[in-house]
Write a protein that binds this ligand. Sequence first.
Ligand SMILES: Cc1cc2nc3c(=O)[nH]c(=O)nc-3n(C[C@H](O)[C@H](O)[C@H](O)COP(=O)(O)OP(=O)(O)OC[C@H]3O[C@@H](n4cnc5c(N)ncnc54)[C@H](O)[C@@H]3O)c2cc1C
Length: 290
Amino acid sequence: MKLRPFSVHRPRSVREASHLLDELGDEAAAYCGGTELLLAMKLGLTGFAHLVDLKQVDDLRGVTGHDGSLRIGAASTHHEIESSPAVRALYPEMSSMSSRVANLRVRSVGTLGGNLCFADPHSDPTTFLIAAGATMLCQKGDDTRRIPAVEFVTGPYQTLLEPGELLVAIELPALPDGTGLAHLRMKLHERPVVTVAAMIRVTRGAVSDARLAVGSVGVVPVSADAADSLLGAAAANFGTRADGCAEEAAVTSRPLPDGDCSPEYLRHLVRVHSYRALIAAFAAARSGGP
Ligand SMILES: Cc1cc2nc3c(=O)[nH]c(=O)nc-3n(C[C@H](O)[C@H](O)[C@H](O)COP(=O)(O)OP(=O)(O)OC[C@H]3O[C@@H](n4cnc5c(N)ncnc54)[C@H](O)[C@@H]3O)c2cc1C
């Protein structure tokens, strides 16, 4: 199938891009690397007469670190993120997670913002960013707002973004000493069938904060409530508690059959990956992580 003709607009600022999208309404969409949007248009799944190219908008680009926190411009490609010295120094797990997204060709043009805004249920970064406690900086016209990563995706291919609103940057908080992060996933074909990320903080030998995010199996990635059961755990009982937490995450996950995997098998994958991610994050936290 061929792409139908469309006009491309190249704004230089977030404000200009947002105004363009507002003015052009349903006839227009933002695009960055185009790895999702152009494919969907080519397959006839969607169509737009106008595309607003975000690649030359400076505010959407670049990765900067400040006092341990990171700001990643939404138009940064996965490859730019995996090879960024700031990401490697402050969030090595973000760098490692990015290096496993797709293949080099897709990572070289596909962006973090495009991944998050497309909201395909099979996403590595969305799951990781929930566990890391990240925030999405969004802008419509002159108005900005910050949305916690866990609230950003509202359904398959749906986010909290309003028409004309752009994702500008992803902000990752500084991680105190004694924090460990781990991201695990399994792929059968192109996209992951399960993604699990864990954050564990250890203070004076015991767990003082814990998050477990489970994605790719259901319609939206979720933060598992079961992680609260890890609070207070120490080396002697962490394994048992992690086992219980992983079991609970599996039971409460709502997997959809995806053609290759039954819901029962997906629950099994959630259980195994959750346990392994929790153990890895705990080990990293005890060794002073990240
Ligand atoms: C072969 C293949 C394998 C893949 N494997 C994986 C994988 O293993 N793990 C994984 O997580 N992902 C995977 N992906 C998905 C990949 O990460 C995304 O295709 C890519 O990141 C999308 O970025 P893009 O810039 O090309 O988005 P585009 O196609 O340009 O845009 C996607 C959507 O986001 C919107 N958009 C883009 N930027 C913004 C913004 N700043 N503000 C508001 N809206 C915006 C657009 O309007 C569009 O609706 C794979 C994709 C392919 C094609």
